[in-house]
Design a protein around this ligand. Structure first.
Ligand SMILES: Nc1nc2c(c(=O)[nH]1)N[C@H]1C(S)=C(S)[C@@H](COP(=O)(O)O)O[C@H]1N2
Ligand SMILES: [Mo]
Length: 252
């Protein structure tokens, strides 16, 4: 009980900071409790920290809304992706039998899985909303392996704090913290609306993170790295998004 009320108190302090100096004070408080996001330095740093810390203290375990089958968008809306290139085409021509998902980093058993392996694992199906930061959105049914199951299988270190994930498109890589990585709705999705995940929607494999904006749901994923620190990845801001001016944490 004591921890809970202390947590509430910190949350109230962080969430009520409205002026810039209050935000800076809140950022200091967040820092003391390990709630600073990887892009928490720089001009927008205190704002990013405020958002992340407040969400983590208040909604860490909450579920993204799930919808009824009748609410599925027909047809769903696929955002355009850059041309996928010859290596992707080759894998596609083979029915993705040679597609691999590799997992390394702070794990006891670095592993590589095929799509067939992943389809044989325990699965979760959920009807959730995908919202792009540009304003449009759709609702679809997603099926996949909970990322938490994969992390258990490979023996992720208890010290690990993040999971980095990469696409066959080199510009697309992201990371999430362990709260989201272990969250029951975070899936390595292989199916959508009852069929194999279509290529325009990220098939054969996509990381679905329904508690964050669409850009965190990276399509065509090929590898995951479990890590304690994000400093050595890219520019050290946690993912490609903050390098391009978007927030690392895009909680909704
Ligand atoms: N590999 C890859 N993943 C990606 C993108 C992309 O261009 N390439 N676009 C992102 C963005 S900005 C959004 S909003 C969603 C769009 O998902 P949708 O095509 O299913 O609508 O995918 C995200 N994942
Ligand atoms: Mo987007």
């Amino acid at each position: 009980m004591r921890t809970l009320s202390r947590r509430r108190l910190i949350a109230a302090g962080i969430a009520s900071a409205t002026t810039l100096s209050a935000a800076a004070i809140a950022a200091k408080l967040a820092s003391r409790y390990g709630l600073v996001p990887p892009d928490g330095a720089g001009l927008y740093g205190p704002g990013e920290t405020l958002t992340y810390a407040a969400q983590r203290l208040l909604t860490r375990h909450s579920l993204a809304r799930e919808f009824a089958p009748a609410q599925i968008s027909r047809p769903p809306f696929a955002n355009e992706v850059a041309p996928l290139g010859a290596p992707f085409r080759k894998l596609q021509d083979s029915g993705f039998t040679s597609w691999r998902l590799a997992i390394d980093g702070d794990v006891a058993r670095p592993s590589t899985f095929t799509i067939t392996d992943l389809r044989a694992f325990p699965r979760r199906t959920q009807i959730t909303h995908l919202a792009c930061e540009e304003g449009w959105s759709y609702i679809a049914e997603w099926t996949g392996v909970p990322l938490s199951h994969i992390l258990d299988l490979v023996g992720a270190s208890p010290q690990a704090r993040y999971v980095v994930y990469r696409s066959i498109q080199p510009d697309w890589w992201e990371s999430i913290d362990m709260d989201d990585a272990l969250h029951p709705q975070t899936l390595i999705a292989h199916s959508m609306n009852g069929a194999d995940l279509p290529v325009p929607f990220g098939g054969p494999l996509r990381l679905r993170v329904p508690r964050q904006l669409g850009y965190k749901s990276v399509k065509y994923i090929t590898s995951l790295t479990v890590t304690e620190s994000l400093k050595s990845f890219g520019k050290g801001l946690g993912s490609a998004s903050p390098e391009g001016g978007y927030a690392w944490f895009a909680g909704i």
